[in-house]
Design a protein around this ligand. Structure first.
Ligand code: GH3
Ligand code: MG
Ligand code: MG
Ligand code: MG
Length: 312
């Protein structure tokens, strides 16, 4: 069947399914059958996915440790270790526990299907399979995951990450820092006199200001920086690979931007805000609570010493 599919007119199929455009999601194909693996990787790449491949469980675990994937396809019958071994590995890692996984297996036994689903598989496709069906299942699973993550981990008002995501991510960053060299910084940002914006212009304008500041922050931070709404009018930023003084500089630049590009308009008049921020760099043996505490006190100091500033 793979041979037959290889001879299909790919162009025609792509026209037919062109409404399903993946947006650069990264997939991992794990299979010890080289012909099948190459075929699948090639088709998925043609469909716009970024794809890596692994021929055994050890290679897969290495890739999963080093990269971030949106979905994996997993062959069950592999040597020397079977695909089942990978479930154990995924289960033990908090960042991989929920990774969307489709089993791609030559085994049709109900017992295998049942076992896989209880171990955490999201879908089970038996070989031989039609590429289009697998592609549709991948698309659907990615879509569902995206929607779920949007609801669980994003702040509905501003679209940035929420407190739930931040609480988890800060642990991940801390584990990473303990393992790899390089500084990491954490900033607390609190809008100055925000209550008076609500009192003067109304709550709706307050909401627009929060959205405007979130956009300004997002536009001026790096892609690798993690921005989240911590609560009310407070935002937090994790700066991986960044020392405290560089994080401070980045935020001071954004403070200047907030004067040049007002975060909102009220009846055609620009509405400018300032914020106070506290930054701290993680030092070995510091736990999450101490790290958050250090940034929070620096922010308090920024408020005490006159607002509209960043304190390290
Ligand atoms: P300071 O400079 O000391 O930070 O003064 P402040 O007025 O910003 O501080 P305070 O904590 O007293 O006020 C924060 C206000 O933020 C109170 C609350 O009504 C408002 N707020 C919190 N969340 C939201 C929100 O989602 N939308 C709007 N519009 N206002 C919010
Ligand atoms: Mg196999
Ligand atoms: Mg506050
Ligand atoms: Mg405030």
């Amino acid at each position: 069947i793979y041979k037959r599919e290889l001879e299909l007119d790919d162009h025609q199929e792509r026209v037919q399914w062109s409404f399903m455009q993946p947006s650069g999601e990264r997939l991992l194909v794990i299979d010890d059958d080289e012909v099948l693996r190459s075929y699948l990787v090639r088709r998925l790449r043609m469909d716009g996915y970024e794809v890596d491949e692994a021929a055994d469980v050890v290679a897969a675990e290495k890739l999963l440790r080093e990269n971030t994937y949106h979905l994996v396809t997993l062959d069950l019958m592999m040597h020397p270790a079977s695909g089942y071994e990978l479930f154990e590995f995924l289960k033990d890692d908090p960042t991989l526990k929920w990774l969307p996984l489709i089993v791609l297996s030559g085994r049709e036994d109900v017992s295998d299907k049942v076992r896989c689903f209880y171990l955490g598989a999201d879908d089970y496709v038996t070989k031989p399979f039609q590429y289009d069906e697998l592609a549709a299942r991948i698309y659907s699973l990615l879509n569902r995951t995206k929607t779920f993550e949007q609801m669980a981990f994003r702040d509905p008002l501003t679209g940035v990450y929420n407190r739930r995501f931040f609480d988890n991510q800060i642990q991940v960053e801390l584990q990473r820092s303990a393992r790899y060299p390089g500084p990491v910084s954490l900033a607390f940002i609190d809008i100055d006199r925000f209550k008076s914006i609500n009192d003067t212009y109304g709550h709706h304008m307050g909401d627009l200001v929060l959205q405007g500041l979130a956009h300004l922050l997002q536009d001026n931070l790096r892609n690798t920086d993690v921005l989240a709404r911590f609560g009310g009018e407070e935002f937090v930023v994790v700066f991986p690979n960044t020392g405290g003084s560089d994080a401070k500089k980045a935020l001071e630049h954004i403070l200047q931007m907030a004067q040049l590009e007002p975060v909102a308009q009220n009846e055609g008049q620009p509405l400018r805000i300032t914020f106070s921020a506290g930054v701290s760099e993680w030092v070995p043996d510091m736990d999450v609570k101490q790290w958050i505490g250090a940034s929070d006190s620096a922010m308090y100091e920024a408020k005490q010493s006159g607002r509209n500033r960043v304190v390290l």
